[in-house]
Each structure stands twice: as C-alpha cells, then as structure tokens.
Design a protein around this ligand. Structure first.
Ligand code: HEM
Length: 404
C-alpha cells in the first residue's frame, strides 16, 4: 500500500492479481456481512449492496467533487497537485452548477438519436477490423478489435486524426492507471501526459479553420465564449471523453467475448436468437462491470444503509458488488444472456449517469452481432488470459482467439 496518499479502495485486496481476475467471492463475502461496511484497512466506508449504492448515486447530499486538491499532500508531493487540479475539472468530479454546464455542452453529441447516426460508420469499421482478422484465422480480440473500435469512433467524433492514436493510447492508459491504482509513479506519468495532451490539443486547435463539424470544434466555440468553458476545462473534458471512449468499451467487448467463450451454452443461445443481443450486452455489463466502483463525498451528516456518515466522509460505491446483489437480481452469479428487468448500475445512475452509454451499447451490439454472424466457430487460444492490473477498470490485457 502506498504510504504517501490516504488509502483508497484500489490499494486494497483489489490490486492482488487473483482478486482482480475474480473479485466476486470477495464482494459476496463483504456484501453478506454488511450492505454498507466500514473498512478498517481503508479507513473508508464501502457500500456493497444494490440499495445503498443506487441510493447514494441519486442523492444530491453526496458530492462528486472527490478529487483531493492536494493541500494535505506532503511537501515532496506538492508538484503533483496540478495533475489533481486538472482532473478535478472533468465533469465526472463536479457538482452543479459546473457539472450541469459542462455536461450540457457535450450532451447534444451523445443523445441516442445522434449516436444512431453513427451506426453505418461503426458497422463499416467493425467489418474492416474483422476482415483483417479473417485473413489470419486468429486475432488478439483486444488489440485487434475491442481496442481500435471505440478508439477510432471517439477520435472521429472529436475530429482527432487517427494517426495520432498511439499517443492517445499512452495518455489514456496513464489516466486509467491514475484512477485505478494509487502509486505515485502513476500520478507522475499522468502529470507528463497532461502536459503533452495539452500541447497537442493547443497545436491541433491552431490548425482549425472553423468549418469543422466535430465535437472538439463545438467545444471550441464554447471556449471562445469564455464564460462557458475555459481552456483547462476544455482539455480536461476532452481527456475524459477520450479515456472513457478508450478503456471502458474495450473492456465491455473483451469481457463479454470472454464470457461467451467460457459459457458456450450462452453463446449458443445468442447465436440461435439474435433478438437477445441488447439483453446480452446489458448482462455483460452487469456480470463483469467494466467500471468496478466509484465514490462520493457526504456533504452533511447522514445515514446510508443504516450506517451513520459524517460530513466530509468519502464513501466508496462498489458498482460490481451491487450488480451481483441477490436482493436485486435473481440468481445473480449466473450469466443469463436473456435476463430481463436488468437494472444494473454499470453506467451508474443519477446526475452522472454515463454520457457515453448509448454509444457503448451501440458499439458493443454491432461488434457482437458481427463476430457471431461472421464466425460460426470461435475459440480461446489462451485459457486464462491476464487481466489489467487496475482495480477500477476491469478488463483483459489480451484475448487471443481463433475463428473459422
Ligand atoms: C461500457 C462502456 C462504459 C462504461 C461501463 C461506463 C461507465 C461509466 C460510469 C460508471 C460513469 C459514472 C461514474 C460516476 O458517477 O462516478 C460514467 C460517466 C461518464 N462516462 Fe462512461 N462508461 C462507458 C463508456 C463511455 C463512453 C464510450 C463515453 C464517451 C465517449 C463515456 C463518457 C462518460 C462521461 C463523459 C461520463 C461523465 C458523466 C458525468 O459526470 O455527468 N463513457 N461512465
């Protein structure tokens, strides 16, 4: 455990590799003991039950402004404060009125209707990626498919040239490591990345003619009306969109495919009835949630799941544990691609409900439909592919598969 930062959930057993691969027995144990429990190792309250996690996500007395401002950091870490400051401008970490303003600026691009207009281009991209793989008869379903798909889509939406993809992968990976691990080196790396990505965006913006119709240009107009968006907010939220567009959907597709390959009866069911696809994607989200937890700060003295909470106290909300709570889901440890009434919390709930949910759903549905219809045979080439060492983002490092 890092001794420099206050302990966070990520320092806990979650960074132990066997637990990362299968955290569910641990969640089950902890949730059975307490829907909300004080964790003495962490010094934090953690909500594991569906009822308290969903209640906290909806409750305006909980603040999302949980990024530390660094004023408590020891002198040798003061240099890292600017990174925390930068990240704190992302809408994910703001409360109203800032949150309302920032989300309002980008939300038009993410309505289900706007996202539906991307269907044809996403389908073409999926077909191109799979055509390459078909020629080889095998692929790493992460590097060759689940990663390039959402990355290309979000870069295209923002109007960032796909030739710069490698840089964005590095920046986005650094951001994910910052959120899901807590070592100082991850913060150092993100600090460098924040400098690089800001320089990159400044340069890119200079080259704009003003006639572009992408999301970055729409945000630039807002930046010109400086009362709506300032430069740091613009850059921080572009980084958020890029990182959210990179990590999570990749993990949804990778986790879902691994689930189908390890549950052949569910794969057969889905092949036999394509109308189950939307339900199957929701079930992948519930069963192997790409975002395992979030947290909130209590703004006032209150109670959650029978536990008293002091003003200013942070509460970790375990989305993944809530998504397997038997009080909400029947037979929650069973993967059921036809599960109905699946009100999972994988995209959270309330004010901060994932803005990219319609996009992630569309990408995943197109990806799985194409994979199953194109390849009558799909098999694993590595029985237990390794997971990413990240407690917040649950996904595979690689997924070698063969197909025919
Ligand atoms: C399977 C894929 C995805 C999952 C599981 C996911 C999950 C989440 C979760 C749990 C939150 C809320 C966190 C909290 O309340 O603390 C969130 C927020 C957000 N997500 Fe996603 N996400 C996914 C894909 C995407 C994509 C593709 C984008 C955009 C390109 C995106 C953009 C955002 C943004 C901007 C927010 C912040 C919303 C706000 O604060 O109002 N997400 N996401």
């Amino acid at each position: 455990m890092s001794e420099l930062y206050p302990p966070t959930f990520a320092d806990f057993y979650l960074l132990d590799m066997p637990t990362i691969a299968d955290p569910y027995p641990m969640y089950q144990r902890l949730r059975t003991a307490n829907a909300v429990g004080f964790d003495h190792d962490l010094g934090l309250l953690v909500a594991y039950g569906y009822a308290p996690v969903s209640a906290a996500l909806r409750d305006a007395r909980f603040s999302a402004a949980r990024m530390p401002d660094g004023s408590q950091f020891p002198p040798e870490l003061q240099a890292l404060r600017s990174t925390f400051e930068f990240v704190s401008h992302q809408m994910l970490f703001r409360d109203p009125p800032d949150h309302t303003r920032l989300r309002g600026l980008v939300s038009k691009a993410f309505t289900p209707r706007m996202i539906e207009t991307l269907r044809a281009s996403i389908t073409t991209l999926v077909d191109d990626l799979l055509a390459k793989a078909t020629a080889q008869g095998e692929m790493d379903a992460i590097a060759d498919f689940a990663y390039p798909l959402p990355t290309n889509v979000i870069m295209g939406m923002l109007g960032i040239p796909s030739t710069d993809r490698e840089d964005f992968k590095r920046w986005s990976d650094d951001f994910a490591a910052f959120l899901g691990t807590t070592d100082e080196a991850a913060t150092q790396r993100l600090m460098n990345s924040v400098g690089e990505v800001s320089d990159y965006l400044r340069h890119l913006i200079k080259g704009r003619t003003g006639n572009e119709e992408d999301l970055l240009s729409a945000l630039l107009v807002a930046e010109e009306h400086g009362d709506m968006l300032h430069e740091t907010e613009l850059f921080a939220n572009v980084v958020l969109l890029l990182a959210a567009g990179h990590e999570t959907t990749t993990n949804l597709i990778g986790n879902g495919l691994y689930l189908l390959l390890t549950h052949p009866e569910q794969m057969a069911r889905l092949r036999a009835d394509a109308t189950l696809m939307p339900l199957a994607v929701e079930e992948f989200l519930r069963y192997e949630s790409p975002v395992q937890y979030t947290s909130r700060l209590a703004t006032t003295e209150m109670e959650l799941g029978g536990q008293p909470i002091a003003a200013g106290q942070e509460v970790v909300l375990s989305i993944a544990a809530a998504n397997r709570d038997p009080a909400q889901f029947s037979d929650p440890e069973r993967l059921d691609v036809g599960r109905r009434d699946n009100r999972h919390l994988a995209f959270a709930f309330g004010n901060h409900f994932c803005l990219g949910a319609p996009l992630a759903r569309l990408e995943a549905q197109i990806a799985f439909t194409a994979l199953l219809s194109r390849f009558p045979v799909l098999h694993l080439r590595e029985a237990h592919p390794p997971y990413l060492r990240n407690a917040a983002f649950h996904g595979l490092q690689r997924l070698p598969i063969g197909m025919a």
